[in-house]
Design a protein around this ligand. Structure first.
Ligand code: PHE
Length: 341
């Protein structure tokens, strides 16, 4: 039995030394110290020994077990350390590699202009409203007093979404005049910016989609003087305090009287140049006193209330402000263009 125990000690210690992983080591432990292990099997034969031999062999068996346990524990620690070292090596992060640069964008030039304009109106006590781009013909035309045969109702001018011409992509932000009055009643002071759509051929100054900002003021005693005063103030905020304006008679179905407003060309001072196409003046917006029929249609008594409305194109404003020569550049989203602003 002595030889047997010594043989187990030797082969077990060799086996421990050869293990490469924690699983290997556990297998070795089970093989020698487990319930059906080799050392356990020898211990079970102790009963057959003589009373003199028994304590000696018992002592030896305990020594072997203790030696084995110590070796397993030491090997276990060593393997854990090896595993950690391997992991640290595999997962090293090179902190000296330069990081990935996060490119910070900035506002689109047209939205820079829009935000400035909103700010001007907010400071004058206007509310900013948002409205649908898919609109009813009723709101885009009929409630705005557009006659049935108005040319802008034509399928060649407006994008219709239904065969019966009842739903369309709004061709102007003016339907928001109606929606605002119907929803909030009077008095009211609001602006509403957004996209509008027309079947225009694309060129340097036209696009089938562009942006307008609509404005509406309705209260008791609002006159043409309020219209002129307000629009002059806004235009001078945008184009500078010395900007000259010109109010020209015009026609819109939903305003009476109506006008178009021009600014004197800031490039040539009114003499005429390519920027103003030789005119000396640049048209910036349409406006007028809200038509009594429109007020009545929204349940507002035109004998008591009056108001003015206006609409301006935002692209043209941005083009003037940033000296952009071609409208298409605003929508192409070419970074070489946009990063200049
Ligand atoms: N909706 C008109 C257009 O698109 C502009 C306008 C708005 C005119 C409000 C008068 C009042 O041309």
């Amino acid at each position: 039995m002595k030889e047997q125990l010594e043989a187990i000690r030797k082969s077990a210690l060799d086996a421990v030394a050869e293990t490469r992983t924690a699983a290997d080591l556990e297998a070795v432990r089970v093989r020698y110290l487990g319930k059906k292990g080799e050392l356990t099997a020898v211990l079970k034969q102790m009963g057959k020994l003589s009373p003199e031999e028994r304590p000696v062999m018992g002592q030896l068996a305990n020594d072997v077990r203790a030696a084995l346990e110590t070796a397993i524990e030491a090997r276990s620690d060593a393997l854990a350390q090896e595993a950690m070292a391997a992991r640290l090596k595999a997962e090293t992060v090179d902190v000296t590699i330069p990081g990935k640069k996060v490119e910070l964008g900035h506002k689109h030039p047209m939205y820079t202009v829009l935000d400035e304009i909103k700010e001007i109106f907010i400071n004058m006590g206007f509310e900013v409203m948002d409205g649908p781009e898919i609109e009813q013909a009723d709101y885009n035309f009929t409630k705005l007093n557009a006659p049935e045969n108005h040319p802008s109702r034509d399928w060649t001018d407006t994008f219709y979404l239904t065969e019966d011409s009842s739903i369309l992509l709004r061709s102007q932000t003016s339907p928001m005049q109606i929606r605002a009055m119907e929803t909030y009643g009077v008095p009211i002071r609001m602006v509403s910016p957004g996209r509008v759509y027309r079947k225009d051929e694309v060129d340097a100054t036209h696009s089938p989609m562009f942006h307008q900002i609509e404005g509406l003021v309705v209260d008791k005693g609002i006159t043409m003087a309020d219209l002129k005063g307000t629009l002059n103030a806004v235009i001078r905020e945008i184009y500078g305090p010395n900007t000259k304006t010109r109010f020209r008679p015009h026609h819109f179905p939903f305003t009476e009287p109506s006008c178009e407003v021009d600014i004197q060309c800031h490039k040539c001072g009114g003499v005429g140049c390519p920027t103003c196409k030789g005119e000396g003046w640049i048209e910036v917006l349409g406006a007028g006193m809200v038509h009594p029929k429109v007020l009545r249609g929204c349940g507002i008594d035109p004998e008591v209330y009056s108001g003015f409305a206006f609409g301006m194109g935002l692209e043209r404003l941005a083009m003037g402000q940033f000296k952009i020569s071609d409208l298409r550049l605003i929508f192409e989203n070419d970074m070489r263009f946009l990063s200049q602003f």
